[in-house]
Design a protein around this ligand. Structure first.
Ligand SMILES: *Cc1c(COP(=O)(O)O)cnc(C)c1O
Length: 374
């Protein structure tokens, strides 16, 4: 079965092999050397001043950023399940919440954020998803972050990049915390989160807050290539391998291939009549609005060996989502759009004529420059 859900994503064989060795004790020079390499590579991935790895899923990193970087009143963008989660975390810790709510297909607007900040000078932190996975939506995070810093550089900008870091280059000039998760774009098993931090974020964190998810304790230890508590050693070995593989390909080519694969998938789906759900689609996935999404998913699974994701909450049964994150073999993505075309044929929507594959291949190879194809 091809795993084509936008998280978890498949773990490449070389990474599984790297993780298959005996458990290394975390307080040893041997592990510290691996940690150091992974940390150095992670800094390059984030392009930020500091970073930490956390033994938690992505939500743990979201919580750590809220508890360690927000002190009073937080402005969040809720355009889906994950944006909603930031609000729930803020409330769980008794902080004041101002929420900008949008339809799950609608990106946040710079003007709305600006107006919310003008209304409320107590806001000292802002939380948003780079790519909101609920609807496959891309928010204009970099532009919003630049506006926020122009209004008040003291406001911490926390960006959940769990389906964006490792998908596309993100301009972190005005971002204070950028969150990544192991099981999405980084092609690892679930269980680890990573946070890139600005110097301003490190200053705001100060002595840290909380105990297990105290970012100050982690920063202090991780600067010395160790962790405050037992490190998720196997996942860090895997992370080091994934980042080595990406660096071997080169970030430029890696991002260009993901970009081309995303455009090719979108174009192929649209060519056979799919309706793309978000007004501003993320590169991490294609989300298609379809009243019979469950039927499409079921045919893909039983007849074509492809597992894609559905929708959540009010979009349950009305959305299907196809992953584009990671080092995906090109023929697998081409097979997935072909399978959707066959499913539409089975459902008497449109007779199969191979258009999805054709469009996928045309757009992919035309998007990459002629001498640098897959
Ligand atoms: C998956 C995801 C999360 C949450 O991750 P968990 O690892 O399940 O805690 C948060 N934000 C986004 C955008 C995600 O896609």
């Amino acid at each position: 079965m091809l795993l084509f859900t936008p998280g978890p994503t498949p773990v490449p064989e070389a990474v599984r092999m790297a993780m298959s060795g005996p458990t290394i004790h975390h307080r040893t020079p041997e592990f510290e050397a691996i940690f150091k390499e992974a940390r150095t590579r992670l800094m390059r991935l984030f392009g930020m001043d500091e970073c930490v790895m956390l033994a938690s899923t992505g939500t743990g990193a979201m919580e750590a950023c809220v508890t360690n970087m927000c002190t009073k009143k937080v402005l969040t963008v809720n355009a889906g399940k994950f944006g909603e989660r930031f609000g729930k975390i803020v409330e769980a810790f008794g902080l004041e919440l101002v929420e900008l709510k949008y339809g799950w297909d609608t990106p946040a607007s710079i003007e709305d954020v600006k107006a919310a900040l003008a209304d409320d000078p107590d806001i000292d932190a802002f939380c948003i998803q780079v790519s909101e996975s609920a609807g496959g939506l891309r928010h204009p995070v970099e532009e919003i972050a630049a506006m926020i810093k122009a209004v008040n550089p003291e406001i911490m900008v926390i960006a959940d990049g769990i389906t964006a870091v490792g998908v596309e280059p993100i301009d972190t000039t005005h971002i204070d915390a950028l969150i990544a998760g192991s099981q999405k774009a980084l092609m690892l098993p679930p269980g680890m989160a990573m946070v890139g931090l600005s110097d301003a974020a490190v200053r705001r964190i100060g002595g840290g807050t909380g105990y297990y998810l105290n970012l100050a304790s982690e920063i202090k230890k991780q600067q010395k290539n160790t962790t405050a508590y037992t490190a998720p050693t196997t996942l860090i070995v895997g992370l080091n391998k994934v980042l080595e593989m990406i660096e071997e390909e080169g970030y430029d080519l890696f991002y260009r291939r993901t970009h081309a694969r995303a455009l090719a998938t979108r174009a192929a789906l649209e060519a056979i009549g799919c309706i793309l759900y978000p007004k501003m689609p993320a590169l991490s996935m294609s989300a298609v609005y379809d009243e019979e999404a469950n039927m499409v998913r079921s045919i893909l699974k039983t007849e074509f060996g492809v597992n894609i994701a559905g929708g959540q909450d009010h979009l349950k049964g009305k959305l299907f989502r196809i992953n584009q994150m990671g080092l995906i073999p090109l023929h697998e993505s081409a097979w997935v759009v072909n399978a959707v075309e066959w499913a539409y044929d089975r459902m008497d929507r449109r007779p199969y004529d191979g258009l999805a594959s054709k469009v996928f291949n045309e757009v992919y190879f035309n998007t990459l420059s002629a001498n640098e194809h897959a």
